[in-house]
Design a protein around this ligand. Structure first.
Ligand SMILES: Nc1ncnc2c1ncn2[C@@H]1O[C@H](COP(=O)(O)OP(=O)(O)OP(=O)(O)O)[C@@H](O)[C@H]1O
Length: 319
């Protein structure tokens, strides 16, 4: 069953086309990450799904129901948006019970559901606190619990872990994955953090200037980007000039150290994990991240390496 189906979605703001003819499905129990540079239309997609924007064209179906013409409160979607603050005057329990109450549950029933959800995010002991008495991470988890407690078939998360420090993000990432698996809802998440997308999503959908340009399994899209632009956006640095209109992506596993030509090292920089070097390969500059052990293979100002041709990926250059 589909938690979400978008068909031919388009949204314009005056002369700006924020989303153009976008179609995408999220299955029940599946997490899909929408990735793309700032301004490519990710939030607009989420806002159209939530009913906060009205698309110029296309259809939005949530749990097999056409909600395109419905107001936000009738869509049965759980939202965690960056700017979607908790109600400051309500305590944690009432914040989380709000959704079920709005859907007509009795107070007792809504609060029981809220307690269950708070337990899922590990906050059952904080139910009496007000939002101002929570840490940033706790507040994010309450916002998540509030979305989950609605029992919606679809959760929309816009940068749910922003504003948190790296350690907390890593912990919540793991919590979220477990939480999504337990609640079985479809999840559409917007993030600009590729590690977050890899850690959380079954599939990723890459957007550029309002359009989807690649959709696929998270690992697969990272390993096999469809174009040079996608590769660069996903953080691949080694894109060498090839024949006209194409570039050659050199993935890390295509580089064999300690054999082949000794190549000049043109830059080197110490990083937390070891050494980052750029070597002058006959095909073009290659940037490599060397572990301390690999860095020991440097011979003065040269590094010996060879490339495994079958692992090099020719890509159309659309940058
Ligand atoms: N209410 C609005 N009025 C006019 N233009 C808008 C409005 N909302 C968004 N836009 C424009 O639509 C485009 C897409 O914006 P959107 O916020 O969806 O991008 P995004 O991918 O979510 O960006 P970011 O990652 O920076 O949040 C941008 O050019 C933006 O300026």
């Amino acid at each position: 069953m589909n938690a979400l189906q978008l068909t031919g979605l388009s949204k314009r703001f005056g002369a700006v086309t924020a989303v153009q003819d976008l179609s995408l499905k999220v299955a029940a129990g599946e997490t899909v990450a929408l990735l793309g540079p700032s301004g490519c239309g990710k939030s607009t997609v989420l806002r159209c799904v939530a009913g906060l924007e009205r698309p110029n064209a296309g259809r939005v179906e949530v749990g097999q129901r056409d909600v395109t013409e419905l107001p936000p409160e009738a869509r049965h979607v759980g939202l965690v948006f960056q700017d979607y603050a908790l109600f400051p005057h309500l305590n944690v329990l009432s914040n989380v019970a709000y959704g079920p109450r709005m859907r007509g549950k009795t107070r007792a029933h809504a609060e029981a559901q809220a307690r269950q959800t708070l337990a899922l995010v590990g906050l059952e002991t904080l139910e009496g606190r007000r939002p101002a008495q929570l840490s940033g991470g706790q507040a994010q988890r309450v916002a998540l619990a509030r979305a989950v407690a609605t029992g919606s078939p679809l959760l929309l998360l816009d940068e749910p872990l922003s504003n948190l420090d790296e350690q907390l993000r890593a912990r919540l990432r793991a919590d979220l994955r477990a939480l999504f698996a337990r609640v079985g809802a479809g999840v559409l998440i917007v993030t600009h953090d590729q590690r977050e997308a890899l850690a959380l999503a079954h599939r990723v959908a890459v957007m550029r200037a309002g359009r989807l340009i690649q959709v696929g399994g998270a690992q697969e899209v990272f390993a096999q980007p469809a174009t040079a632009w996608v590769a660069a956006f996903l953080g691949h640095t080694n894109l060498l000039p090839a024949s006209s209109g194409e570039v050659l992506l050199v993935p890390e596993n295509a580089v064999r150290l300690g054999e082949g030509e000794a190549l000049p090292v043109v830059t080197r920089q110490t990083t937390g994990a070891g050494l980052e070097v750029t070597v002058r390969h006959p095909l073009g500059p290659l940037t490599l991240h060397l572990s301390p052990r690999e860095a020991a293979q440097l011979e003065g100002d040269t590094l010996r390496l060879s490339l495994t041709p079958p692992r090099l990926l020719p890509l159309p250059d659309d940058r």
